[in-house]
Design a protein around this ligand. Sequence first.
Ligand SMILES: NC(=O)c1ccc[n+]([C@@H]2O[C@H](COP(=O)([O-])OP(=O)(O)OC[C@H]3O[C@@H](n4cnc5c(N)ncnc54)[C@H](O)[C@@H]3O)[C@@H](O)[C@H]2O)c1
Ligand SMILES: O=c1ccn([C@@H]2O[C@H](COP(=O)(O)OP(=O)(O)O[C@H]3O[C@H](CO)[C@@H](O)[C@H](O)[C@H]3O)[C@@H](O)[C@H]2O)c(=O)[nH]1
Length: 418
Amino acid sequence: MKYSVSVFGLGFVGITTALAFAEKNHTVYGFDVDTKRTSLLKAGQLPFLEQGLDQALVRHINNKFMITDNAEDAVKNSDFVFLCVGTPSGERGEADLSYIFSAIEKFASVLHDGKHRVIVIKSTVPPSTTSERVIPHLKKMGLSPGDMFSVANNPEFLREGKCWDDAMHADRIVCGVEDRKGEDMLRSLYSDFDAPFFNVSLNTGEYIKYLSNTLLATMISYSNEMSKIADVIGDIQIKEAFEILHMDRRWGGSNMASYVFPGCGYGGYCLPKDTQAMYAASVSKGYEPMILKDVITINESMPQFMANKVMHVVNPSETLGILGLSFKPGSDDVRDSSSAKIIKLLLAAGYRNFIAYDPVANEAFDGQYHFSELEYCESLQSICEKSDALVLITAWQEFAGIDKKYPDKPFIDCRYFL
Ligand SMILES: NC(=O)c1ccc[n+]([C@@H]2O[C@H](COP(=O)([O-])OP(=O)(O)OC[C@H]3O[C@@H](n4cnc5c(N)ncnc54)[C@H](O)[C@@H]3O)[C@@H](O)[C@H]2O)c1
Ligand SMILES: O=c1ccn([C@@H]2O[C@H](COP(=O)(O)OP(=O)(O)O[C@H]3O[C@H](CO)[C@@H](O)[C@H](O)[C@H]3O)[C@@H](O)[C@H]2O)c(=O)[nH]1
């Protein structure tokens, strides 16, 4: 069965979702409030670096994937409405749902027309959001799920840098949906994907997403805490110790082992905000999660821990070379990047001479952070030659072994990579 699908919010998740359904021959309408972004997409250009997704866009734009400025028309024609808008951190770390509600406003009037649709929340939202926030919100607007429409959640597990591959070869499809019609339609929509489909309660669907991200964050903070312990004891080869830990055959060669490795803290758009949101959601229900509180505290302490290491080796008058600006290798996303946090701390400590190099993210970093003290280099060689000391913050493969080429320069390796 081929369907029509509307996708609201055309970021990493929305574009990937839209193109994955287009690839399976469904008709997809994409809507975003950011007109600069929609113009780029209409011209077949991705607003960020994402291997595989760029070619999928060229294959499907203005064919199976249409960008529209008219949200209501898109939904009128659709069997499914996927909400893929951002859910950033609110003031107390809670998930800010305002983009979800404003997206709903844009098409709610269409839901009375007698056609049964499934409204699917793909954005990451804390457990009980669909049941206690979204459905009551719709009911207040005079819209009760049932004959008119179904409401479901369908968390996304893709990683940036691997969006296309993760979506096309998903490990599992999770749908929180509690009515038969909605479940049947979602099963049918996903039947072309070679992945097991799990139908769970609304709260369970949302919970599974946070199980995943809070565990990843916990593994990283555990490793960072162990690296701090190693540091105070002294004479411990931290990188080798973790590599030998990974040789335990109980890991089964799993890629998960890479999260049990120290660095300068987790960043990006998901792990920090999702760990905070799960903590806040639990506190709001009356239980303060002890482990998550420490996971967050350790993560927030890591930039200072690394800045202290820099201050130990480099004088404020010297020129510091920052290697890596994106939040992880393979991506030009600079949201919650460790480099920005470490530069801010060093600026506060009186350091003024910074130069930086990232293979793909110089421009994005400058656009987001506007550090007037920071100059950008166009090559690894030029930053190494111009700096008195280098601070490696993003473990790009290009940086492997660079310390051997410049044996006289101090390298502060915040990722235990060299
Ligand atoms: N980035 C990831 O790796 C990833 C992976 C899994 C899940 N998620 C979750 O998916 C959601 C989206 O994340 P993202 O990284 O794609 O975000 P993003 O910031 O890249 O994109 C969100 C898009 O939504 C648009 N938008 C905001 N309000 C809108 C509205 N009312 N109508 C239509 N569009 C609107 C924005 O303009 C933006 O283009 C978040 O909840 C995130 O936690 C992200
Ligand atoms: O082996 C690794 C991989 C990542 N990281 C760090 O962990 C953070 C997150 O990295 P990663 O998980 O690769 O990136 P995201 O694209 O943010 O993906 C995470 O967040 C997404 C949004 O919720 C989820 O869908 C993904 O499953 C989850 O991995 C970054 O700071 C990385 O530096 C490590 O320390 N070791």
